[in-house]
Ligand binder design. Structure first.
Ligand code: ATP
Ligand code: MG
Ligand code: MG
Length: 395
């Protein structure tokens, strides 16, 4: 046996998710070939010896070239060319998750239509092909409501909060010109939750603990694992109630993923409403920002389990191996960008991950810090100075 695993994986996209998948692959001698435009894409930097492919993950010829050099194809981003993936699938290429799933998820509105058919609870949504239908959404949902780009969305860049009927023209010009849009009723949530679900090609399914995600300007800012649900919610601190919320969140996530074909890790974002109701927000068909913490805090990280899942290897335990963990995203912010990372050197339980991105644009995800602790209280106290260093207003 030349190696433990001889099958080669090709991945569309070489950003930070690909980089962390590469770290997991390296430990297992798994060969990962990356398709992305920059020669120094974050994932390529840490395995430069591999003959990676230079090209866009939307370039059909480059995707075919990748397919010719690997056994299994996967993605670290959903905004890829699916037409060629369908073609490769027909030719018998193994692609995870399936092109059908990636294609469905690319369109957030179609994703919702599909999930609604499967009985998954979500905020009401309305297709908005023209300005009249956007006004109609205001009538139906009241204000504010969220106007969303159906496609190409990430980090909240395809979202616009419509506060009154006067905002409609502004909303259109703010979102990409000509982008297909839909409206979503405002979810007055108590907090946001996420669950990573992993399904192997063998059909085995495992879920990671329910985590709490905190967004700032629609970008993931903090993650706490496990979610401290029930705390302060409609006045109850009842542990059974908290447990039932976590169980229901896990069930919604698992049911949603069960409605989608293909193997790998899926990130399921949810809203926990004031009344304890759980609504699904959206699904990512790949490892997810809310699962970065699994590297330090779980027996098997989401990245390693993604590789195991698409190769049909036994899944590793998704349980936490520490009582509590927190994650802070490091976003581009001029001179303040790396302040928290400097502090992390002297904070027990803190691990810094930087992604090797050369250009530090405002708001760009440059890295993250995971903090583990003996209790959530300890995690909070370890994280707080770093959170405040990034933005004193968060004190
Ligand atoms: P991602 O980077 O996770 O792919 P995205 O650009 O697809 O994000 P969404 O997940 O739709 O955007 O929304 C980003 C954030 O905006 C949510 O996490 C939530 O904080 C807020 N948000 C989205 N939809 C609603 C809604 N209907 N009501 C209230 N807040 C919302
Ligand atoms: Mg999204
Ligand atoms: Mg989202």
């Amino acid at each position: 046996m030349a190696s433990l695993e001889s099958r080669k994986i090709g991945i569309l996209g070489g950003g930070q998710l690909g980089r962390m998948a590469q770290e997991a692959a390296s430990r297992l001698n798994i060969s990962l070939t990356i398709l992305d435009q920059p020669v120094d894409a974050p994932a390529k930097q840490i395995n430069a010896i591999q003959p990676h492919i230079q090209g866009a993950f939307t370039d059909a010829d480059k995707i075919r070239e990748l397919a010719n050099s690997v056994d299994v194809i996967t993605v670290e981003i959903e905004h890829v060319d699916t037409a060629v993936l369908f073609e490769l699938e027909k030719q018998g290429k193994e692609i995870h998750p399936t092109p059908g799933t990636i294609h469905l998820i690319q369109d957030k509105y179609e994703q919702k239509v599909h999930l609604a058919k499967h009985g998954i609870p979500m905020a009401d949504a309305l297709d908005c092909p023209d300005d009249a239908s956007i006004q109609d959404a205001g009538q139906r949902f009241g204000f504010p409501f969220m106007l969303k780009s159906k496609t190409g969305a990430y980090d909240g860049r395809g979202n616009y909060v419509v506060r009154s009927s006067k905002d409609v023209a502004d909303a259109r010009s703010h979102l990409a010109p000509g982008a297909p849009l839909y409206a979503e009723k405002w979810a007055k949530f108590d907090r946001e939750l996420a669950v990573m679900v992993v399904r192997s090609v063998t059909g085995e399914v495992q879920s990671y603990p329910v985590v709490e995600t905190v967004h700032k300007n629609s970008i993931c800012h903090l993650v706490f694992a496990p979610a401290q649900v029930g705390r302060g919610l409609t006045g109850t601190k009842d542990a059974t109630f908290a447990h039932s919320i976590a169980e229901r969140a896990r069930k919604v996530a698992e049911d949603a993923v069960a409605s989608l074909a293909g193997a790998g890790v899926f990130g399921v974002e949810m809203f926990l409403m004031d009344n304890g109701e759980i609504l699904l927000n959206e699904i990512a068909p790949r490892p997810h920002n809310s699962g970065h913490y699994t590297i330090e805090a779980c027996h098997t990280s989401q990245y390693e389990n993604h590789l195991r899942a698409i190769l049909g290897l036994p899944l590793g335990s998704t349980a936490m191996k520490v009582p509590a963990a927190g994650m802070l995203n490091i976003l581009g912010n001029g001179d303040r960008t790396y302040l928290a990372c400097e502090m992390a050197y002297s904070i027990a339980g803190a691990t810094t991950h930087l992604y090797g991105k050369k250009e530090c644009k405002q708001g760009r995800k440059m890295g993250h810090i995971t903090v583990v602790g003996d209790s959530m209280q300890q995690v909070h106290s370890r994280l707080l100075p770093m959170v405040c260093a990034l933005d004193p207003a968060d004190q």
